[in-house]
Design a protein around this ligand. Structure first.
Ligand code: 0OW
Length: 326
């Protein structure tokens, strides 16, 4: 390496560090020990220190931005970020299924996804480079939280192929990180977060990206702003494409050929939910074909081709608070 040009050395370090970061944070399957990653990162920091003019925004050293922002800019979403109508029972699911069949007939498939209990966000990539990230907001206008989203290690700064697309997903805080964060806050006499969703939302609304970087946030992507240029004809294909590009997509997704299969999937995850290391508040059910989604259309706020089955709210064990009788 010593004789290569500095640019070549930098590019090789980018390539290795991005690959190892992807294996660790997206595949959860590192091929080298952490010490090797740290050694290469130190080497990159040293080399960039000697040649600061060669530092580029997609360098692995640029994930955690510099100064805190004074405020968040507004971002208008190219296509509206819809929310979901809810189903609370098997009957609600059968009504949903009946409405679909009345509209497009019986020849269609569903895709079921775990409903991640976090904060809906949008990531924009241009020629493969992560250029902007924002909150869903009211579905039309959100807040620019690019600096905070860059700190999420499972978000690639550069896609594996130079696609320009807008992807949507749920940023979340893993259960373990939530418990650890509240333990530290309790020790420091600070207010505790009520649940991982609030902790994730609170972390992404920090103006100082170093705070967001310290919160061990993660993300699952679940869709695109529009499938137009990708040539994808089904939602399930779209998710496979996002995975191919290096984005983190939840592996528990499942194609279902009938509402019966959907109900079996829901029952499986009702029981298995405690074993996940992130919180889910339900199951999202979507018609798979993009053409059929377009035939079904949307209301002002929610698609007619998707619904969220919500788990019954767990009985909240209210901790008896000893009230000091003054
Ligand atoms: N939270 C989720 O895991 C999730 C998901 N897996 N899939 C979708 O699909 C969108 C696409 C069209 C309407 C909803 N949305 C999700 O969360 C939504 C985002 C906004 C409100 C819900 O949290």
């Amino acid at each position: 390496m010593a004789h290569d040009s500095v640019e070549k050395q930098l590019n090789e370090l980018y390539r290795l560090l991005n690959q190892y970061n992807y294996e660790y944070h997206v595949l959860d399957n590192p091929s080298v020990p952490d010490a090797e990653y740290d050694r290469l990162m130190k080497e990159l920091v040293r080399l960039e220190g000697e040649h600061p003019e060669l530092i580029t925004p997609d360098s692995p050293t640029q994930r955690v931005g510099g100064e805190p922002l004074s405020a968040f800019e507004k971002v208008r979403h190219e296509t509206q970020m819809l929310s979901l109508a809810n189903a609370f029972s098997e009957d609600d699911l059968r009504d949903f299924d009946r409405r679909i069949r009345q509209a497009i007939g019986d020849q269609f498939s569903y895709v079921c996804e775990l409903k991640i209990d976090g904060l809906a966000v949008s990531l924009r990539y241009v020629d493969g480079l992560f250029v902007q990230g924002s909150t869903r907001g009211d579905g039309t206008v959100g807040e620019d939280i690019t600096a905070n989203l860059r700190t999420i290690r499972s978000i690639p700064i550069r896609l594996k192929e130079p696609f320009s697309l807008e992807v949507r997903g749920e940023a979340y805080m893993p259960k373990k990180s939530f418990l650890q964060l509240n333990k530290v806050r309790e020790e420091n006499g600070e207010l505790l977060f009520a649940n991982p969703r609030n902790a994730a939302a609170g972390s992404l609304r920090q103006l100082d990206p170093r705070i967001a970087a310290s919160r061990n946030l993660d993300i699952f992507l679940y869709g695109m702003g529009d499938y137009g240029t990708t040539g994808v004809t089904a939602h399930s294909e779209g998710l496979d494409l996002l995975e191919k590009l290096g984005l983190k997509v939840n592996k528990e997704r499942r194609k279902c050929e009938s509402i019966e299969e959907v109900i079996k999937y829901i029952n499986k995850w009702t029981d298995n939910r405690p074993n996940l290391d992130y919180e889910i508040d339900g199951i999202v059910i979507k018609v798979d074909s993009i053409d059929q989604q377009e035939q079904l259309g949307s209301t002002a706020k929610t698609p007619r081709w998707a619904i969220a089955y919500k788990f019954p709210a767990e009985e909240v064990v209210t901790k008896l608070i000893d009230i000091e009788l003054s």
